[in-house]
Design a protein around this ligand. Sequence first.
Ligand code: ZN
Length: 350
Amino acid sequence: MDINVALLKEICEIAGAPGFEKRVRDLVIDLVTPLVDEVKVDNIGNVIAIKKGIKNPDGKRVMIAAHMDEIGFIVTHIDDNGFLRFHTLGGFDPKTLTAQRVIVHGKKDLVGVMGSKPIHVMSAEERTKLPKTTDFFIDLGMPKEEVEKYINVGDPVTRDRELIEMGDCVNCKSIDNRVAVFILIETLKQLKNPAYDVYATFTVQEEVGLRGANVAAHGINPDFGIALDTTIAFDVPGAQAHEKVTELGKGTAIKIMDAMTICDYRMVEFMKQTADKGKISWQPEILVAGGTDTAGVQRMGKQGAIAGAISIPTRHLHQVIEMAHKKDIADSIALLKACLEDIDQYDWKH
Ligand SMILES: [Zn+2]
């Protein structure tokens, strides 16, 4: 179950709001360049790292997609007292923003706090209502003149939370989807003999609608596609058995469908057989709300791709304290590696 926690920490903690992925992209390029035959960056900003197949007479391409961006915010207004207003980039549950620290990425990084109305001055009616994202503002603790030296409308904002280990789990902001970035990089390190050409793609702007993956799949035109992303683990107090989606520590998850994709039944079966053969523990995943890069990978190539996804069970998804289990992370690396080595062995005609 040993994973390189120091590397995962570095990848999770770096900033990369949708459309502002430069820092995480530069880190990814540094990490993958020694591992592959070629690294390209397309115009929208996806990193495409290509590792040639050892036996690939038909020139088949396998695209693996892991999005680099994280849910974040963008500054929309600086008021007369130096408080910031913002818009969300990606889906937030507003109640989880209360009293969080964030980092505003202007001419320099400034720590801010998500402020809202204290309960002491709320009316009885206000106390019963769920907050909205528009109820919040960012407080930098500085007057307007000072704020404007560093911050402009349009600057991105990300959550501020470091990675820690808790039992056999890791806890940080941006486990979605840096854990998948980590899994893809660790797989490339271990992958000696891929059957077909592997296009390891680190996509941008997934959290605002799979925008990078759509462009990348159009350019790569893959025959096979596997997306890597987090999924819900609702294995917590109060959850009914049928609501859990996945559970932490029970293995990697093989996606059957999400709200935007019905995975190819052959890819699902291939993944299950490959996991069983390699004694890799796995659980099925059906996510009825929310989509992933799987959709772009499946549908944006000229003839579509035989596509599926490996998902990482994650508690507290889209909050500041996302949590995954080291065993599930290790199982995901093992399954992806085995799939890339054995993909030419499966009978895809049935
Ligand atoms: Zn994600």
